[in-house]
Design a protein around this ligand. Sequence first.
Ligand code: IDC
Length: 468
Amino acid sequence: MGKRKRSGLWMFLVLIFVLLFSVPVSATPVSEHGALSVSGTSLVDANGKTVQLKGVSTHGIAWFPEYINKEAFKSLRDDWGANAVRLAMYTEEYGGYCSNGSKSQLKKKIQEGVQAATDLGMYVIIDWHVLSDQNPNKHKSNAIAFFKEMAGKYKNQSNVLYEICTEPNGGTSWAQVKSYAEAVIKEIRAIDANAVILIGTPTWSQDVDTAAKNPIKGYRNLMYTFHFYAATHKETYRKKLETAVKAGLPVFVSEYGVCEASGNGSVNQTEADKWFALLNRYGISYMAWNLSNKNETSSLLKSSCKKTSGWSASDLSKSGAYVVKQMKGNLSGSSTGGTSNGSSSSGTASSGASSKVKSIKASKKYCTVSVKKDGSWKKGKRYYTLYRVTIRNKSKYNISSWKMRIKFKYAVKKSDKWNGSFTFKKNYVTIRPVSWNKKIAPKGKDTSVGFIVSSAKKKNPVVSVVWQ
Ligand code: IDC
């Protein structure tokens, strides 16, 4: 064999080797967005683009520590569409950090949780879960010591957020919360100049409108928390949230449930849908309460489910099915989020299973799309309409990407948009996915995309929607 021939063979072998063993490095939420900061009322990423964190809160880490593991968080990320996880550490309840819990054990759990999230490129919230202690000032010195330690540990990481008092209640005033928050923020900022800090508001984190009148000054990257439980909190509370945002307050929903405020009782999907219309309209981040199989409505897993990761559609409670639907569209095999706690659907596919399946681009043959009106109003001389997009993958293949063009009868102008990459031109709106809603599992769907357009005409119907 001549020299030339031999080197050609070598090159060929090297090429084969590279092709066989080069593993494509897939993007993670953190690799895509980097360090977060607050701009105006929005949480923005390293490129200054609005980013909506969406994810799941653990139950109390002292009570359900088994869900704090990398496999569980990976399922949240890959199968449920979460980009963030919240580690809830009760302060005063049984096993709490300031009651009879082991401080070192609890911190170890937090460390494990942060590590798992970091390995997976997810954002993680360290939550000082004030509840029965009512007034965060009660354990202020403990809180300061704890957050100083956390800030020292994580100051070089861009994925850690601090939630310094979950739900002040029992008549605790905003002035009291504010003075507590200023003391804790000062200590964190001395160590970490940039991490996003979430501050609870009075009445179980509902009074964001009060905080908006007198926000904390002198620090950047602060957000204020608002919590809702859809079967209890309705229009009046949506008004409170909207008032605060319109007044310029950056709000973060660090906890929500689709059930009653007790964490139990009925689920109200109609109200929950209205909440999500509002959150998506303002790009507000949201974290669902809670990742456990406790026998209560807010638990995202059925109590019969003993798995601590790799859940399938049939493992999800009614709350869980709704939460996943909001973040990702259904897990394949699930019904439309309506399965009750007791009944079981037989779906087993998760993205783990379906990743072996062939991937295709969305097309007429395999997918359907519906663009539905969900509200319209007049402002000045123009007519505004909010549309929600549902993409259904009817096929047995993975949809790996999609692009659609919506044609209106008359020209439209962009007013708002979420969870997609959009172009608005004359009477056309073209939508491409963002990283996390590109893929749609076999028989799955995506309901995350929406937009608001304005038009000079009151009646401006959608003429056609085509895959491109
Ligand atoms: C609930 C849990 C429940 C637990 C209880 C402890 O779901 O299992 O026994 O706390 O008091 C909140 C709180 C959150 C509550 C949840 C439901 O932040 O800790 O969890 N909730 O009541 N605010 C509004 C509702």
